[in-house]
Design a protein around this ligand. Structure first.
Ligand code: SF4
Ligand code: SF4
Length: 421
């Protein structure tokens, strides 16, 4: 079974650690520096401004953020969630909780279980303040059964030092066998009956409609964790749109009809546009987050909040709608940035004469080139035997030619070659 962090939140921001004294300055910068015309900062105050109008969405104040219902579960989650990989430090985590963030996402695959252990320690004495989501991974290569799945989840309960998971998800589902098999459903039913898991979801990296339709309509899942960012916007991408935008829109519509909640991942688009200059008043991260938050079907965004600066930036995104300047900046730059963002649809892999795992190699490149996480990139590259795979690559260009999103695979694989020396 692969042990990769496919589900981690994405970031276009270089990590800088703030201490608490800097928090106010970061918050003020996130809010006042972003747009002179925006409402006054609410960060640090107890009362946020009125929620921006969002036709079709239910929204209510929750501390310094807003919350939305998760499908038909009855849970209201903050629009921004905390957790992911890397895990936020405890002081940032606690500051987020104080401000109304009430959903935390993790996985036993994040830092080999240390992510769950860290969250378990932070939540001691605070478990009732937050909904906890984690994941389990049906195998792709070998045999697995109901008992294996239950054992995985019991390991998570122990590391999280809790008696229940609020949203238990299948991690990084690729095939129907991983998510629509009787043994998976049996595991879920047993865990629910024992009070160990309340609701269920699936994290997916492929926005193909048919696969997601089956997940939504099977009646077993309460939520989908799905990639969403401006690179799925048809208007923004123009001729680069391929089929994806229509599929994502159809998935959101069907999920809303069936009462299945949507939690967005990859909202910062793997660092896309990180080096594109912005006009005064535009915060790249806030623009990207607001692009997602303007969809009424979305409940919450999984995003990195590993510093106070990120936390302030993220919470500020919830306080105002996407501005015309932000939208124009995204629209003007999305088409080109899109060509450096792999959607992990794996269409190209079936056409590659050397059977190269293109999507996973591009993910290793993304960790290094976009996130600045060199050690993580090298670890993944080692597990993928990336050097060997790249030597087998004939540079025929087929992957780029067949990619429905016109991703510049040749350039991106070249980046990885340079990284690995
Ligand atoms: S490079 Fe293109 S075809 Fe290949 S997995 Fe990524 S998005 Fe899909
Ligand atoms: S360029 Fe390399 S990875 Fe792409 S299809 Fe050709 S052999 Fe495969």
């Amino acid at each position: 079974m692969g042990k990769t962090d496919m589900n981690s939140a994405s970031s276009s921001r270089k990590i800088r650690i703030y201490d608490r004294r800097e928090f106010g300055r970061a918050a003020a910068a996130a809010l006042t520096g972003a747009a002179a015309a925006r409402p006054m900062p609410f960060f640090g105050a107890e009362t946020p401004p009125p929620a921006p109008p969002l036709p079709g969405a239910q929204r209510r104040k929750q501390g310094a953020v807003y919350a939305r219902p998760l499908g038909d579960t009855g849970l209201w989650l903050s629009e921004l969630s905390i957790g992911g990989s890397p895990s936020p430090p405890p002081n940032v985590f606690l500051a987020a909780l104080e401000r109304g963030v009430n959903y935390c996402d993790t996985s036993p695959r994040y830092s080999q279980g240390k992510g769950e252990e860290g969250i378990g320690k932070i939540l001691q004495g605070r478990r009732d303040q937050v909904y906890v989501g984690t994941k389990f991974t049906p195998t792709r290569d070998g045999v697995m059964n109901t008992a294996d799945a239950i054992r995985q989840v019991e390991g998570s309960l122990k590391r999280l030092a809790t008696d229940r998971i609020d949203l238990l998800c299948v991690h990084g589902a690729r095939s129907e066998a991983e998510v629509l098999s009787d043994w998976v459903f049996e595991a879920m039913e047993k865990l629910h009956a024992a009070g160990k898991a309340r609701f269920f979801g699936v994290s997916v990296h492929n926005t193909a409609f048919e696969f997601n339709r089956k997940l939504i309509e099977c009646g077993k899942y309460h939520a989908l964790l799905i990639p969403m960012n401006m690179y799925y916007d048809k208007k923004a991408l123009g001729d680069n749109a391929a089929k994806g935008p229509e599929d994502l829109a159809a998935i959101l519509k069907l999920a809303a009809e069936k009462g299945v909640g949507i939690i967005a991942m990859k909202t910062l688009a793997a660092g896309g546009l990180a080096n594109v200059p912005t006009p005064d008043g535009v915060s790249p991260a806030q623009a990207k987050l607001r692009w997602v938050l303007r969809r009424p079907e979305v409940t919450s965004i999984l995003n990195e909040m590993v510093t106070f600066e990120y936390l302030a930036d993220d919470l500020a995104a919830s306080a105002a709608d996407l501005s015309p300047r932000e939208e124009a900046w995204l629209r003007d730059n999305a088409a080109e940035g899109s060509r450096r963002f792999c959607r992990m649809c794996r269409t190209c892999e079936g056409q590659c004469p050397a059977r190269i795992p293109v999507a996973d190699l591009l993910r290793a490149r993304m960790y290094a080139a976009d996130y600045g996480q060199i050690a993580r990139a090298k670890d993944l590259a080692r597990r993928l035997r990336a050097s060997e795979r790249l030597r087998a690559c004939t540079r025929c260009g087929t992957c780029e030619a067949v990619c429905p999103w016109r991703v510049r695979t040749t350039d991106l694989l070249g980046d990885l070659r340079s990284l690995l020396g």
